[in-house]
Design a binder for this molecule. Sequence first.
Ligand SMILES: Cc1cc2nc3c(=O)[nH]c(=O)nc-3n(C[C@H](O)[C@H](O)[C@H](O)COP(=O)(O)O)c2cc1C
Length: 174
Amino acid sequence: MNETLEMIKERRSIRKYQAKLPTKEEIEMVVQAGLEAASGMNRQPVHILAVTQKALRDKLSAANAKVGNFEAGVDPFYGAPVVLVVLADKRCPTYLYDGSLAMGNMMLAAKSIGLGSCWIHRAKEEFEQAEFKSLLKELGVEGDFEGIGHCILGYPDQEAQAHPIQANRVTWVE
Ligand SMILES: Cc1cc2nc3c(=O)[nH]c(=O)nc-3n(C[C@H](O)[C@H](O)[C@H](O)COP(=O)(O)O)c2cc1C
């Protein structure tokens, strides 16, 4: 098995992180992998909000917990210090697929450099809120964006949890 296939096989969601912030260079490598993802007709409708600022990271966590109806004090980002929010411009017909692929690329890139990651949902509901819409505006992020997912990132503080891959999900026609 080559390195890429091994990476794909070994990537697993990490749900416990060290508080230490990954280096900017590491984060940039993951972000770049998201930007390099294929997109329908190469329209590249994805924008990534790369959050390392604790105040905003915590605000997103609180909003996410509220959307998810989580118990008080639960951090849906599992203590990860970095949150990469994938946004995709709805004016592009393939935006949802394009955004999802960017998420996949970033999770694999994270694994390849020894970082943990996990897709955290509810970005759509978050970025429908006036507070986060105006945040995008303030930051100069222009477009008709939908939140696709959060790729949380950090140094893992747990072993990856292997799980079986369900059988009978391929039908060959040869
Ligand atoms: C669309 C999508 C949404 C997900 N949302 C969450 C989430 O909100 N919280 C979470 O802990 N994991 C979430 N996950 C991670 C899945 O639970 C995880 O990928 C799945 O259990 C398989 O485990 P693995 O990633 O270790 O292979 C999500 C994954 C996807 C693809």
